[in-house]
Design a protein around this ligand. Structure first.
Ligand SMILES: *Cc1c(COP(=O)(O)O)cnc(C)c1O
Length: 238
């Protein structure tokens, strides 16, 4: 690399401001109310110091994928009273620390995991906020509920008293040439409209990442999950 090699303690201020601006512009372009889309800053692989910098700018919602890494940062930054969202793949034997230390989980893809999270949520904490992950790309390898299967499962999810089912989440498959980036978001939004009821309003649509946040906002995202556009490219081999 000749310019700007990725570094783990870059100042994310400029990237952060740029993303807030993109969100506000997308809201305006699609006739959405200003402030109707919340930014979830995806801080996986980033340092506690970078998170601290964003917290000082007023950012409260942070998303993490890797449990061990996240637990260290949650503990270190405890005094900041941030709101932590688990957005990574859930492993059955690691639900307890998620139930104990997070405020939200976006990646619930099975009733089995939800049941464990419900049992393991400490009584001293408010119910765990949950988004049900939906597979909008139809690939067998992808995590998430099949859209057709969800309706039947909803009452069982709703019965879990220590969870609060807030809405739906999706991670679209990488786009191929000719794909419409809005299609998976349209699908999630339509599914939400179909499944929402007065007793289970599913108000959250967690969709849109660095490359497709505008498409997601136009299709009704209420929370976009952004990492790279804030912090720069990730480096996994630290
Ligand atoms: C990493 C990740 C993101 C952020 O992706 P960027 O392209 O870096 O914005 C969002 N959602 C999930 C589930 C992720 O794993």
């Amino acid at each position: 690399m000749t310019n700007n090699p990725p570094s783990h303690d870059q100042d994310p201020t400029q990237g952060y401001r740029g993303v807030l601006q993109r969100i506000r512009e997308a809201e305006a372009a699609c006739g959405r109310e200003t402030g109707s889309v919340e930014l979830l800053a995806v801080s996986k692989t980033r340092s506690a110091q970078e998170i601290r910098t964003l917290a000082e700018l007023g950012q409260v919602q942070f998303g993490e994928n890797y449990l061990q890494e996240a637990l260290g940062k949650i503990e270190e930054l405890q005094a900041l009273k941030l709101c932590w969202h688990f957005i990574g793949r859930i492993q059955s034997n690691k639900t307890r620390p998620i139930a104990e230390h997070f405020d939200w989980v976006h990646s619930v893809a099975s009733l089995k995991h939800a049941t464990r999270l419900n049992e393991q949520r400490p009584e001293t904490r408010t119910p765990l906020n949950v988004c049900l992950q939906v597979n909008t790309s139809g690939e067998a390898s992808k995590d998430g509920h099949e859209p057709e299967a969800l309706e039947e499962l909803l009452p069982a999810y709703q019965a879990l008293e220590n969870l609060r089912i807030r809405g739906l989440m999706t991670i679209p498959a990488p786009l191929r040439p000719g794909d419409d980036p809005r299609q998976p978001f349209q699908q999630l939004s339509a599914l939400r409209d179909r499944l929402s009821t007065r007793s289970l309003p599913l108000e959250t649509l967690s969709m849109g990442m660095s490359d497709d946040l505008e498409a997601a906002v136009c299709e009704g995202a209420t929370m976009v999950r952004i990492g790279t556009a804030i912090f720069g490219p990730r480096q996994y081999n630290k």
